[in-house]
Design a protein around this ligand. Structure first.
Ligand code: CIR
Length: 255
């Protein structure tokens, strides 16, 4: 079995990206591309076989491949993103997943962004965010039930996606911002709070025993290390301006 990471090169139109909670700040395209390549190198060093899709000129947010699909051990779910401008992104992602998984689709009126889905074992926590609606969450629950997954809807407030508010940093440890999500939802799991001056710091990407983490949040990084979390830092500052972070730039699964 190989660990596969699907990524996509940064779109030349990334400066037209969707923004919800951030104000627009010019993105340096060459630097964004360079940071993205370093992110891919990091995934490779951690043992992933990186499959990079070519950039999509007219899809500004298409580097954020996480939102287009949910890849479980048994099956792939192609999402229906909550914003119209991102819906065409799923076509090529479905093509990229087809060799590896049987594919199912979220259909109208459902909407779902992969950034709202946090998988912990056989539980899928799904953010009831501005992007994912009840119909989308219900469809997901029905699709994954035959494979033994339990879907738990989670309220998020004040941030884009569930995984802006909480991610996994070790087998039984989460990193979260409790202003954006209620920690009580995740019973039985331990958690680390982001540093109060770094509200956006809850997005981390756990690959095996290593947590890929943005250099933008040094105070929270410190907290992770003090708790014994093994952290590898990557600079994705230009992608953060597009309201993305480390989980959203890849789809990682075993095949
Ligand atoms: C958007 O608003 O959809 C993009 N600008 C950012 C998406 C980030 N995705 C993620 O965190 N999963």
């Amino acid at each position: 079995m190989m660990q596969i990471a699907i990524t996509r090169q940064v779109s030349p139109s990334i400066n037209q990206c969707e923004l919800t909670y951030l104000t627009r700040d010019a993105i340096d395209l060459p630097l964004a591309k360079q940071q993205h390549r370093q992110y891919e190198d990091c995934l490779e060093k951690l043992g992933c076989e990186v499959h990079t899709l070519p950039s999509e000129e007219n899809l500004p947010d298409s580097v954020f491949v996480e939102d287009a699909a949910i890849v479980l051990g048994e099956v792939g779910i192609i999402t229906r993103p909550g914003v119209e401008s991102r819906r065409p992104e799923v076509v090529s992602i479905a093509g990229a997943l087809l060799p590896f998984r049987e594919i199912f689709y979220i259909k109208p009126p459902g909407t779902l962004d992969g950034g709202d889905v946090l998988q912990i074992g056989k539980t899928l926590y799904v953010g009831n965010s501005g992007r994912s609606n009840n119909a989308g969450i219900a469809q997901l629950a029905e699709l994954v039930m035959p494979f033994g997954y339990n879907v738990v809807g989670v309220d998020v407030y004040g941030c884009l996606h569930l995984k802006s508010a909480v991610t996994q940093v070790a087998h039984d440890v989460l990193l979260l911002n409790r202003a954006w999500v209620n920690p009580d939802v995740f019973m039985g799991l331990d958690y680390i709070d982001v540093h109060p001056v770094e509200p956006h710091a809850a997005n981390a990407l756990l690959i095996d025993q290593t947590t890929v983490y943005s250099t933008t949040y040094p105070l929270t990084h410190d907290r992770l290390e003090k708790k014994g979390i093994h952290v590898v830092a990557v600079d994705v500052s230009e992608l953060i301006k597009a309201e993305g972070a480390v989980t959203c730039c890849s789809l990682i699964f075993l095949a």
